[in-house]
Design a protein around this ligand. Structure first.
Ligand code: HGY
Ligand code: MN
Ligand code: MN
Ligand code: MN
Length: 421
């Protein structure tokens, strides 16, 4: 309270920014790795992060619980009889060696805004839920959006059988964290009770930075297809096996990497990445008999994405046939592009303009929890500028306290003017 009063007294411009930056730094102290920020689903660092978010939500005047998949759910209750609920939030897990703000900004910023409302005893005509989604990145278990799928009622219980790198099933990990997998289906929300979902997220790209804009209104989230590919050839002696007699799984993988790059270079908003490439148990003097790689193909247009995926899968089959390699290809994610609701874009845009900023609309190349939430309610997203050239999924990911502050002010203003359709 002293900090906020001081800002008021001093007329400091930054009412929300410093707290958001400080909270982000605090959360980043809990990591699965001593060398970088990695916060994988239900690890010890993940559970400490959840507990800290719950504490901050409660201190901001919210009623808080942690649900059966580890989502941290805070409700800032309305006094209005029969009030419906607007949800905001994002994820608190991270990629390996990630940044402080991906996901987390979308949880911490609304907490700062609710704290502001609570300090002033200001209630909203609707319940505001802030949800820290437990898992979006798919680091520990290959599936993504576990937290937001549970809230959207689209959680696939078969995923509980998935095993992590240590052979632990998702179900066992959830139970070990003290949660009841039997309670997962009840997490799903009734669409009739929802007014919409808003996600504040860093842009994770250079557009706002290049245009010198603090904020952007998202038009749609690009669709994405994710695969895990396992190639099998024949391990044999690196010194005695003639080149024309080899079944080199890594050489096949190298052709596939270049195939993905070439094919995805043919589309305007089409991108393709092989982010994981591994020769399990490889040795310098052994021809790779096995190679594992991931595929991540995205586009604004689903038809374009699916055409690229089909071409790439055909190309993989041709490469393997020519090289006498077998392949096992596992589809992990197929998420269609998720359009943002025009009425929410309009109200977010109006709040941006009331703050004296120009409205700029842009698509999201990154996936977000909003894609999963689109299954249960209308979605809107507000992007904040990224520094360091827009880099993300990297410890160099950065934002400024000023931008965090203006984004919080815009969210506060959006909430105060929010009109359900
Ligand atoms: O991969 C993505 O786009 C998101 O950061 N999970
Ligand atoms: Mn991410
Ligand atoms: Mn994210
Ligand atoms: Mn997200």
């Amino acid at each position: 309270i002293a900090e906020l009063r001081l800002n008021d007294l001093l007329g400091c411009a930054l009412e929300f920014g410093p707290a958001i930056m400080q909270w982000s730094a605090t959360l980043a102290t809990w990591s699965d790795s001593p060398d970088n920020l990695t916060c994988a689903y239900l690890s010890e660092a993940h559970r400490k992060t959840a507990a800290q978010l719950a504490e901050w939500m409660a201190a901001a005047g919210m009623h808080v619980h942690i649900d059966a998949v580890g989502n941290v759910v805070g409700r800032y209750r309305s006094d209005a009889p029969g009030a419906k609920t607007l949800i905001t939030g994002s994820h608190y897990d991270t990629v390996r060696n990630g940044g402080k703000y991906d996901g987390r900004l979308g949880i911490l910023l609304p907490i700062a805004v609710v704290r502001h409302l609570h300090e002033r005893g200001e209630r909203l005509p609707f319940h505001l839920d802030i949800i820290g989604f437990a898992e979006e990145e798919g680091v520990r278990f290959k599936s993504t959006f576990l937290g937001s799928n549970a809230v959207a009622g689209t959680f696939d219980l078969a995923l509980l059988q998935q095993r992590d790198a240590d052979g632990i099933t998702m179900g066992a990990a959830i139970a070990a964290a003290g949660h009841d997998i039997g309670a997962i289906p009840a997490i799903g929300r009734d669409p009739a009770g929802l007014l919409g979902y808003i996600e504040v997220h860093i842009e994770q790209g250079p557009v706002l930075l290049q245009r010198d804009l603090a904020l952007g209104v998202v038009t749609a989230i690009n669709g994405s297809s994710r695969y895990l590919v396992e190639l099998r050839g024949l391990a044999s002696h690196a010194g005695t096996t003639p080149m024309h007699m080899r079944r080199d799984a890594a050489a096949a993988a190298a052709e596939i990497v270049l195939l993905v790059e070439r094919r995805c270079g043919q589309g305007a908003a089409l991108v393709g990445t092989v982010g994981q490439l591994d020769v399990p148990g490889g040795s310098v003097n052994v021809i790779p008999g096995q190679c594992k790689l991931s595929l991540d193909i995205r586009a604004a247009d689903d038809t374009e994405r699916l055409a690229a995926v089909a071409d790439i899968l055909d190309g993989i089959a041709a490469i393997c046939a020519r090289r006498n390699i077998t392949s096992d290809i596992q589809a992990i994610v197929s998420a269609d592009a998720a359009p943002c609701a025009p009425w929410l874009m309009r109200q977010l845009g109006a709040a941006v303009e009331r703050a004296g900023l120009p409205r700029h609309d842009l698509p999201s190349g990154a996936g977000h929890d909003a894609m999963a939430m689109a299954a249960v309610t209308d979605i809107g997203m507000l992007f904040t500028r990224c520094g360091n050239g827009g880099i993300s999924h990297n410890p160099l990911e950065t934002i400024t306290a000023d931008d965090a502050d203006i984004a919080a002010r815009v969210l506060l203003d959006f909430l105060r003017h929010f009109q359900p359709t």
